[in-house]
Unconditional design. Structure first.
Lengths: 474, 485
């Protein structure tokens, strides 16, 4: 049993393919692990009777089950997006990304806890309680895909998917010591992802290593006729094989590697840079002049879109309905007052204000202009560098409750991860060491659709770092 | 202000047109009308979490056809916006519409300029249970999402309309244009064509604009006309009493003829428009424009011009047939049955018009009168075989029971009396019976011939030709005046 849990998903898939491991054995082992979850990582786990049908012959993912962030709609299975307002909601359809993985042989293991509507960086904004970090249960796993990150790090799931809007895959991956890939905007269908901020939301992977990330992503990507913003990947990545980084030029943006980064995080970052140079990469500083404004722009654009995306939760058709004193306004008011948590309400109000008549240009309009500048900054950087690298999170996992009273401190958790989704470009976080006994993350960002090269570079670094990705597993 | 200062109305129209696509604007549900509630729905048009819209290419195509038909400028790139507000008929909490970059701008139809044409989705339908049938006083309300997401085109005019009657006539032209395009059922009762009117008044001859009010959702052209007139009357009374017109949205109740306020400017929504991030901009390619242009039929304005120029119809007839396309179609079939000769067109037009005046329905194709029969009747009348009066009587019989005009003339003895002895005798008798009139005609008062003509027409039950009768009377009374006919 221990052996099985030590395998990466790709390795387990190979073992199933060669007959060394029974598919049902993998399913049952993880199902039992997930069902015994002590981290509050899961909000729903497949039952003993829910064993998936055998995948089609030659299904590339070998029947290795996947944990899915709760905001992916799964037909007949609770999909609550961490919110009370759709508690018990069982969608009539399945998200494209989840369906593609199931078709490729990765059945649904369970739904993972998350910050409500993906709004948060610590998973403390879930209506279903915080998720605990498997490295230290007094600390947060990061967010918003905290349940997916904790489940993979703790060996409760072979691999998982999440969503990244401002860092919600990469930051929890960093804080839990696993690999988090946020692909190019549009390269994975958003159909069936309960929306937070439509122009930023992107499905991604949370895996034990880079190879698993490549494998899982390869079977999620592709144009979907149900998502008008989805695109066919011009060159879907294969499995990474690079051992060296010869000729690779890495840019280290001054704006995202100095001020605001914890010393311990800075130290592991410096070590990884040295390793990269040892593998043949050239490293130089670069400029992303508008990056310091990324958080401000993000916290206007994302709440603006959210204020509209969340309007559908009105108590009329599904989910919570709180009866008011009888008028329509009361129904809306009472339902939304009871159903949304504090952070969601804060962002709806921010976003509503930013879009209001007379304020639109000053807030939403200006934020969009900043966004354009940030995308231009990256374009300029990529003219000189293959990748831009930064620490993923400015800090290691912080204590539960440490930032809940200070939204701004919480928002700063996304300092290094917010610019990439604003530019629509892919980025990956790989674990690159420990600080104070807790994992740190190293982020590699590349131009749109550079996932293949990016995964190769991440793979080479991963081998060189040799991170032991297992917190003590219970 | 004194009542001596006349006020003139300034009217702009906003028309919502449900497009006749197979499926909804942003999902694959089929359009329906009259099906059981909530049988044409899916997660997308019910606004389920996680769902996304995908724009209907056919709706864009129809939008371009409308833009071309109205002479608009087609935007090479237009974008969808979200219009945010809460209402139970709006499942997402926003309507996907277009805002500052619509599909089409400018243009004109007839004498009215078009401001813009844009695409959007329809709301669902609220059904109110209770005596009133309206939301006020309802016991409960239910939502039927079958209609939700139906493709709509909104056409906004410039404030070029100056009377309720003009509004009605222009809407008739617009409806016919849309019907010819085949893009909509254009049925106001079923809601596939809906009209709002922005109404203001100003001192006649001035160019400023007064405070406008918006009359919402009038569901027949007759109600549009009555509603606008009622609103003009109301505003005029306010202005004459020295009171201000308040900017507000109004409802016209056609049963009571009353106007009630729905909401004032202060209560107006802030819709928080922003670009719909789930959809790409609509990029209109030359191929798309070409495809839309290729499907344009002859439009009413061009049709009226052809009737006038090529067929020599009077402008009124030309407009009547062009703006009421079923009439035009019937006219053209009858003309073909008459041999298609251009020379016969005015006669066929005249009798098609006569037929239209006798029918309740708008489409003569549904009547007992065939185009062939009408052509035959026009031929009989034009050839003098039957007088106008006789032909009208034949037409009455055709409308009532159908049949062949020549056979009816024969059976009913409605044939025209020629210039033979029979008519001469009746004329002599009529002169004898109207000595005063006869004397005045002899004295040179040609107009006095009327009573004698009337006498002849009565005696002949309209079978005599009026011109011929007049000529005979004058010839009998005073030779030199004779060639007046």
């Amino acid at each position: 049993m221990t052996d099985l849990l030590e395998l990466t998903a790709a390795a387990a898939g190979r073992a199933v393919a060669t007959g060394d491991l029974a598919r049902s054995e993998v399913w049952e082992a993880y199902r039992a692990r997930a069902a015994a979850d002590e981290l509050n990582a899961f909000t729903w786990v497949a039952g003993a009777d829910d064993a998936p049908p055998a995948p089609a012959a030659g299904a590339p993912l070998g029947g290795i089950p996947v944990a899915v962030k709760d905001l992916f709609c799964t037909r007949g299975v609770p999909s609550q997006a961490g919110s009370r307002i759709i508690e018990g909601y069982r969608p009539p359809y399945t998200a494209t990304a989840v369906q593609r993985l199931a078709d490729a042989g990765a059945p649904l293991l369970g739904k993972t806890n998350q910050d409500e509507f993906a709004m948060g960086s610590s998973n403390e904004n879930s209506a279903y309680g915080p998720v605990l970090n498997p490295w230290d249960r007094t600390r947060v796993p990061g967010g918003s895909s905290g349940g997916s990150a904790a489940a993979v790090a703790a060996g409760l799931a072979p691999w998982a998917i999440g969503t990244d809007t401002g860092g919600s895959v990469r930051q929890p991956a960093a804080l839990c010591g696993i690999v988090g890939l946020k692909p190019t905007y549009g390269s994975v269908s958003r159909y069936g992802m309960i929306a937070f901020a439509s122009s930023l939301d992107q499905a991604g992977t949370l895996t034990r290593d880079v190879t698993d990330a490549a494998l899982l992503y390869r079977h999620m990507t592709g144009r979907d006729p149900r998502d008008a913003t989805s695109l066919e990947h011009p060159e879907p990545p294969g499995l990474p094989t690079a051992e060296r980084l010869d000729g690779i030029r890495l840019g280290v943006p001054e704006e995202l590697s100095g001020e605001g980064i914890e010393p311990g995080v800075r130290e592991t970052f410096r070590q990884t840079i040295a390793l990269a140079e040892g593998l043949g990469a050239s490293v130089d500083t670069c400029r992303l002049p508008h990056a310091p404004h990324a958080l401000s722009a993000y916290y206007l654009i994302a709440p603006a879109e959210a204020s509209s995306n969340l309007a559908r939760f009105d108590g009329v058709r599904y989910g919570l309905r709180a009866e008011g004193s009888g008028t329509l306004e009361d129904l809306y008011g009472a339902t939304r007052a009871a159903g949304f948590g504090a952070e969601v309400k804060r962002r709806i109000m921010l976003g509503t204000y930013a879009l209001s008549s007379g304020y639109y240009d000053a807030y939403y309009g200006r934020a969009q202009r900043v966004r354009t500048r940030i995308a231009e900054d990256f374009r300029a950087a990529f003219a000189q560098f293959d990748f831009v690298v930064t620490p993923t999170s400015p800090s290691v996992a912080f204590a539960l409750g440490a930032r809940t009273e200070d939204p701004l401190a919480m928002y700063l958790s996304d300092l290094c991860t917010v610019p990439m989704p604003l530019a629509g470009i892919p980025a990956i976080s790989i674990p690159n060491g420990l600080s104070e006994g807790l994992p740190t993350g190293f982020q590699i960002a590349g131009p749109a659709f550079s996932e293949g090269r990016m995964l190769d570079a991440a793979f080479a670094l991963e081998q060189a770092i040799g991170f032991d990705g297992s917190p003590a597993r219970a | 202000m004194t009542t001596a200062t006349a006020n003139e109305p300034v009217i702009g129209l906003e028309i919502h047109v449900q497009l006749r696509t197979r499926t909804k604007m942003f999902c694959g549900c089929e359009l329906s009308f009259g099906d059981p509630p909530n049988t044409h729905t899916c997660p997308v048009c019910l606004g389920h979490p996680g769902t996304l819209p995908v724009a209907n290419a056919r709706a864009v195509h129809f939008g371009l056809m409308i833009g071309l038909a109205l002479g608009c400028e087609l935007a090479p790139r237009s974008i969808f916006h979200r219009k945010n507000y809460f209402y139970p008929d709006l499942p997402k909490g926003y309507q996907i519409s277009q805002y500052d970059e619509p599909l089409c701008r400018g243009g004109e139809l007839g004498e009215v300029r078009i401001h813009r044409v844009h695409l959007e989705e329809d709301a669902a339908k609220l059904v109110h249970a209770g005596a009133s049938g309206r939301i006020h006083g309802a016991d409960s309300s239910a939502v039927d999402f079958n209609r939700g997401g139906t493709p709509l085109v909104e056409i906004v005019t410039e404030p070029d309309v100056t009377s309720a009657e003009q509004a009605r006539e222009w809407l008739t032209l617009l409806r016919e244009t849309l019907r010819r395009l085949g893009v909509s059922d254009v049925n106001m009762e079923e809601g596939s064509l809906r009209c709002d009117a922005n109404v203001s008044i100003r001192p006649a001859g001035t160019s400023g604009l007064g405070t406008k009010t918006e009359l919402k959702n009038m569901n027949s052209f007759r109600f549009v006309e009555r509603g606008i007139n009622a609103e003009i009357t109301r505003q005029t009374a306010l202005v004459e009493a020295g009171e201000p017109v308040v900017q507000e949205t109004l409802h016209f109740d056609p049963r009571a003829g009353a106007i009630t306020s729905l909401r004032s400017k202060e209560e107006a929504h802030d819709y928080r428009y922003f670009p719909e991030p789930d959809l790409l901009p609509v990029a209109v390619t030359p191929d798309m424009v070409q495809a839309a242009r290729a499907e344009l039929p002859e439009l009413p304005a061009a049709r009226a011009e052809r009737y006038e120029a090529a067929l020599g119809l009077r402008p009124d007839d030309a407009r009547l047939f062009a703006f009421r396309g079923e009439l035009g179609d019937f006219f053209e079939r009858a003309l073909a049955a008459a041999g298609g000769a251009e020379a016969g067109a005015p006669a066929v037009a005249k009798w098609t018009g006569q037929l239209a005046a006798r029918l309740d329905s708008e489409d003569p194709a549904g009547s007992r009168v065939t185009p062939e029969a009408l052509a035959a009747l026009a031929g009989l009348a034009a050839g003098g075989a039957v007088t106008d009066g006789g032909a009208r009587e034949v037409l009455d019989r055709l409308v009532a029971a159908g049949g062949d005009p020549a056979a009816i003339v024969e059976a009913e003895g409605l044939g025209a009396l020629g210039g033979g002895d029979e008519l001469a005798e009746v004329v002599s008798a009529a002169i004898a019976a109207n000595p005063d009139a006869a004397e005045r005609v002899r004295a040179g008062k040609g107009g006095a011939v009327g009573p004698i003509v009337g006498h002849v027409m009565r005696e002949t039950k309209g079978r005599a030709d009026g011109g011929e009768v007049t000529r005979l009377i004058r010839a009998a009374l005073d030779g030199p005046d004779a060639p007046s006919g």
